[in-house]
Design a protein around this ligand. Structure first.
Ligand code: GLN
Length: 196
């Protein structure tokens, strides 16, 4: 299917969903804000944005969580950036005790793991998936504490794994949506046909 006919949902409860919608427009794909379970029916893929994972988890109605999990299990591609990566993770350290994640990718993460001194920074992150280096914005980013054998590392920064893929699910510790470079979004859109 051509890019122009696809519709990609962006969880739009909190965080930088507008930037993801703008990134999709730049890729000539229709972005659809997702707030309720029924909104998900109109889309073929989903982006979980950056923001505050505890707040987003809190604002998601139970039916929406369930629909996301069901659609993902049926093969819908999902991209999570920063807080979105945390929402996708199977395990979270330093989350809130009641912070339930969607468990869409078999990784463990630690929230706000870079510490206060360097909690936000911009760096070039290189990945074969996007054909070279691209600017990446890290804001109170999570770090990986572990990953299952079939979770592929797509990029590193320093000694940290900062981009991972499991089937057609992609999780980034940084925010490609806050840069003008659209290659991570294009890479995600290219995963659409793939099945887990
Ligand atoms: N620290 C945030 C969280 O725990 C993530 C920050 C971000 O998305 N930039 O959800």
């Amino acid at each position: 299917m051509s890019n122009t006919r696809r519709r990609v949902g962006v969880l739009a409860l909190q965080g930088d969903f507008r930037e993801h919608l703008a990134a999709l427009r730049a890729c000539e794909v229709e972005g659809v804000p997702i707030r309720l379970a029924t909104d998900l029916e109109a889309v073929d893929a989903l982006i979980l944005p950056g923001g505050e994972s505890t707040t987003m988890a809190h604002l998601m109605e139970p039916a929406l969580k369930q629909s996301i999990q069901q659609r993902a299990a049926a093969g819908m591609p999902v991209l999570g950036t920063c807080a979105g990566m945390i929402l996708m993770a199977r395990e979270v350290q330093d989350g809130r005790p009641d912070q339930e994640t969607l468990k869409l990718i078999d990784i463990g993460v630690r929230r706000n793991a870079y510490g206060r001194q360097i909690d936000s920074f911009e760096a070039d992150v290189t990945s074969a998936a996007i054909g070279g280096p691209a600017p990446a914005v890290f804001i109170r980013a999570p770090q990986l504490t572990g990953r299952a054998a079939d979770v592929e590392e797509l990029a590193r920064h320093g000694d940290q794994t900062v981009a991972v893929k499991q089937g057609n699910r992609l999780a980034l510790a940084f925010h490609p949506e806050l840069t003008p470079d659209r290659r991570w979004h294009q890479y995600f859109l290219s995963l659409n046909g793939e099945r887990r």
